[in-house]
Design a protein around this ligand. Structure first.
Ligand code: NI
Length: 155
């Protein structure tokens, strides 16, 4: 088990475009395992590789029913919209209102390189959209409708 350091939003790495993963090897599996431990410890729902300093196109998410590993993800379709309260492990303690798709159809590869397609909705769709943005150097604060004040967060 290894916890990796989560970079803060001010780190230039989080503003860069990630390269595709082309080796599905031990090194990738170690990264995925470490990200799993890191996400679990941080009690987040999603973590993208650039957040731990790796400029490769992959993220993991866990909205309460197990970890989904998404490598070289491509969003094939976005449908509908939902106004969400959103935060990011790279912007601790900060939350904003944001528009996200209600459903997302995603193609990705698993840790062995096998392609899969999954359609997710609600929190999962929000998370997939957020994490995919990370791979293009886009942080949620650049897309929020508005940030929430500490008073609003108490409710
Ligand atoms: Ni994030």
């Amino acid at each position: 088990m290894a916890i990796r350091q989560i970079l803060n939003e001010s780190d230039p790495i989080l503003h860069k475009i990630c390269r595709p993963v082309d080796n599905f090897d031990e090194r990738l599996w170690q990264l995925l395992d470490d990200m799993r431990d890191t996400l679990n410890k941080a009690q987040g729902v999603g973590l993208a590789a650039p957040q731990v300093g790796i400029l490769r196109r992959l993220f993991i998410m866990d909205t309460g029913d197990g970890v989904l590993e998404c490598i070289n993800p491509t969003i094939l379709e976005r449908k509908g919209s939902q106004e969400c309260v959103e935060g990011c492990l790279s912007s601790p303690g900060e939350y904003g209102l944001i528009d996200r798709p209600l459903t997302v159809k995603l193609q990705a590869q698993d840790r062995n390189g096998k392609f899969f397609v999954v359609t997710v909705k609600d929190l999962k769709a929000q998370c997939v959209d957020h994490e995919t943005d990370h791979l293009d150097g886009v942080l949620f604060k650049s897309k929020v409708l508005r940030m929430l004040s500490p008073d609003e967060l108490k409710n």
